[in-house]
Ligand binder design. Structure first.
Ligand code: BES
Ligand code: ZN
Length: 628
């Protein structure tokens, strides 16, 4: 009955607030003003707000559904409010009931509105006075956009099925009826029943020691936005790394994953030193099967990660730095709407760079920044003006379509400009203060600007103008004060490419002995667009790219192979596209393929085999590439 304790009280106890910043009881009030309304939710948190969820599900692998109940603890914000409005997508709702703080459940009138192709279906529940809890009995659809159901063949072990959710940006509504807006924060408890021998894990307190008896319970008593609610079920083993970090993965992968992510504790220590305490108790990673559509997802306490980062040499673990950094930028201080997404990702890339610099050295951080500089340049060439704006206008659009590299990389450059202008010490303490001040709140770009004005820009006249803050946030392109990203190591790689291209040295004589993965990636990116058949053969014979193990290196090589019709790599291309479902690694390959009629035919044939294994998010991106 723990959840009957007034939620505000639980939160005040659970949130680790610094002594200097006393926590008002209104901590979880939506912070942003109504001007910053979330256009991607039907929810009405200004009238009735959901504060806590009690979830109870059966995980049915045969039917590919979650079925059970969601109990929503609500609070009336506007006295006159008599309706609770929620987001849903594809849910079968069999019953809605309401109750007071205690007392019996009574059936409540509810109405499902028209289905919107982007937003889903609003659910309106009429509330009698007084009501504190709403219970919804429902099941998800097998096609839920936020859930992927995998057959045993799609797992490493090949014996057990697997399922996982991906709620960001607006997919939580496809498996939980709720106010699916990052401006609304909830605590939750959950009970999950699974087939025996499988393990369920959530973005909550997980007990690695729990018996695998088919029933799991979870609690997340810090208020989080809905896009961070996550569940996975499969044949999962746990390996501790330190006393507060560990890895969940299929048994065949868990040892390698724990070795790969061995630097996680060092990253945590560094981030805490720079930006204040880690407020989520444990930090574990879950390694998913290869169809996971993203590199990583910062589900609180339990980052979800693609197995393609387990490269064997820690070369891709900047991804862990990134997802860990979200424990401050994103999970603690959250974008109030998806147009403020750069507050999550721009800050996180900035923090990621700082963590990489501390843990792996300056050269590595500079390489990653220089690689991203080229990605940003390409992105600015590709996108029309409105999508180059940090505070992007997403009205009438699926937030998934607005997810470009702009919020990540232009956002990072903007923060780096502030760092360079004010100096590291000052900027670090500014950021630390920012995370403390807005901890456990959802804020808009305007809230950030107000805080910036007050704390960094107040001591100089016209500083906002000098720094071109408005151009950074509201205009396309890059302002002329954008910091440069130079890497000595990558400049050396360019010099090696030039030796080969100018005929000064054969491939085998290039100086590549000490190259890291980042240098290899840059090498491949720096090669001329068009290469002769003999050159492709020579490169492959000397460096063995077609059979390389690193998924990012192979990705770059396959792009070149497609562009230059290098048939030797086609069978690797096919295996790659059929086994990996990470959107960032597969979409550019399909994009490259469809540029020629032959390539398009190959893309269609491969996609035919690959699509059933792709996550709905990845499949819908590739559908678009192929014009389906
Ligand atoms: N939160 C994002 C992933 C995401 C963004 C999912 C938008 C759904 C909608 C995550 O933190 C992220 O940025 N992942 C990157 C890796 C990172 C190292 C840049 C990815 O998956 O590629
Ligand atoms: Zn991110």
């Amino acid at each position: 009955m723990g959840w009957l304790v007034p939620v505000a009280l639980v939160l005040t106890m659970a949130c680790d607030q610094p002594a200097s910043d006393p926590t008002p009881a209104s901590l979880v009030e939506p912070f942003s003003s109504r001007l910053d309304r979330d256009v991607h939710s039907y929810g009405n948190p200004d009238e009735v707000v959901v504060r806590h969820l009690d979830l109870d599900w059966d995980v049915n692998f045969d039917q590919r559904t979650l079925s059970g109940t969601a109990v929503l603890l609500i609070e009336r914000v506007a006295d006159s409010a008599d309706t609770l409005r929620l987001d849903t997508r594809g849910l079968s709702i069999s019953r809605v009931e309401v109750a007071g703080d205690a007392g019996a459940w009574l059936p409540a009138p509810f109405r499902l509105g028209d289905k919107d192709p982007i937003l889903g279906t609003p659910l309106e529940v009429t509330l009698p006075e007084p009501v504190a809890r709403v219970r919804i009995v429902y099941a998800t659809s097998p096609e839920a956009s936020g859930v992927q159901w995998l057959t045993p063949v799609q797992t490493a072990g090949k014996v057990h099925p697997f399922m996982f959710t991906q709620s960001q940006a607006i997919h939580a509504r496809s498996w939980i009826p709720l106010q699916d807006s990052p401006g609304v924060r909830v605590t939750y408890r959950a009970t999950v029943r699974t087939p025996r021998a499988l393990r369920a894990v959530m973005s909550a307190a997980n007990d690695a020691e729990t018996l695998l008896d088919g029933e799991f319970t979870f609690e997340m008593l810090q208020p989080i936005p809905s896009y961070l609610i996550a569940l996975a079920v499969g044949d999962l083993e746990f390996r501790a790394m330190t006393d507060r970090t560990g890895v969940y993965a299929e048994p065949a992968l868990v040892e390698a994953a724990a070795a790969e992510f061995d630097d996680t504790e060092a990253m945590m220590v560094t981030t805490e030193r720079l930006y204040g305490p880690y407020r989520w108790d444990r930090y574990d990673l879950l390694v998913l099967p290869p169809s996971f559509p993203f590199g990583g997802m910062e589900n609180p306490r339990l980052t979800f990660a693609t197995p393609t980062v387990v490269a064997g040499d820690k070369s891709l673990v900047a991804l862990v730095a990134h997802e860990l950094a979200h424990s401050w930028s994103g999970n603690l201080v959250t974008n109030a709407t998806w147009r403020d997404f750069w507050l999550n990702e721009g800050f996180t890339v900035y923090l990621e760079r700082r963590i990489v610099e501390e843990v792996f050295g300056r050269a590595r951080a500079e390489m990653e920044a220089a690689l991203d500089r080229d990605v940003l340049t390409a992105e600015l060439t590709r996108l029309d003006d409105r999508d180059q704006i940090l505070r992007v206008d997403l009205v009438g659009r699926d937030p998934d379509d607005g997810f470009t590299q702009i919020p990540y990389l232009k956002g990072e450059l903007f923060l780096r400009l502030l760092e360079e202008w004010f100096g590291r010490d000052r900027f670090d303490s500014f950021l630390r203060g920012y995370f403390d001040h807005f901890a456990f709140r959802s804020i808009s770009t305007n809230d950030f600007v107000a805080y910036l004005n007050q704390h960094l820009l107040a001591d100089g006249t016209d500083l906002a103008q000098v720094l071109q803050i408005d151009a950074w946030l509201e205009q396309p392109g890059l302002p002329d004060n954008a910091p440069h990203s130079d890497s000595d190591a990558l400049a050396c790689v360019e010099a090696q490419v030039a030796r080969w291209v100018n005929g000064d040295a054969a491939v085998g004589r290039l100086d590549t002995d000490s190259w890291t993965t980042q240098e290899w990636i840059y090498f491949l990116k720096s090669l001329p667009e068009s290469l002769a058949a003999e050159q492709m053969v020579e490169l492959d014979e000397v460096f063995g790219f077609t059979r390389a193990g690193n998924a990012e290196v192979v990705h770059q090589w396959l792009l070149i192979a497609i562009r230059n019709g290098y048939e030797t790599a086609y069978s690797r291309l096919e295996t790659y596209l059929v086994t990996i479902g990470r959107r960032k690694l597969i979409k550019p390959l399909y994009d490259e393929l469809v540029r020629t009629p032959d390539g398009r035919a190959r893309a269609e044939a491969i996609y035919q085999m690959a699509r059933p294994g792709y996550h709905p998010i990845a499949a819908s991106s590739i559908d678009e590439v192929l014009g389906r």
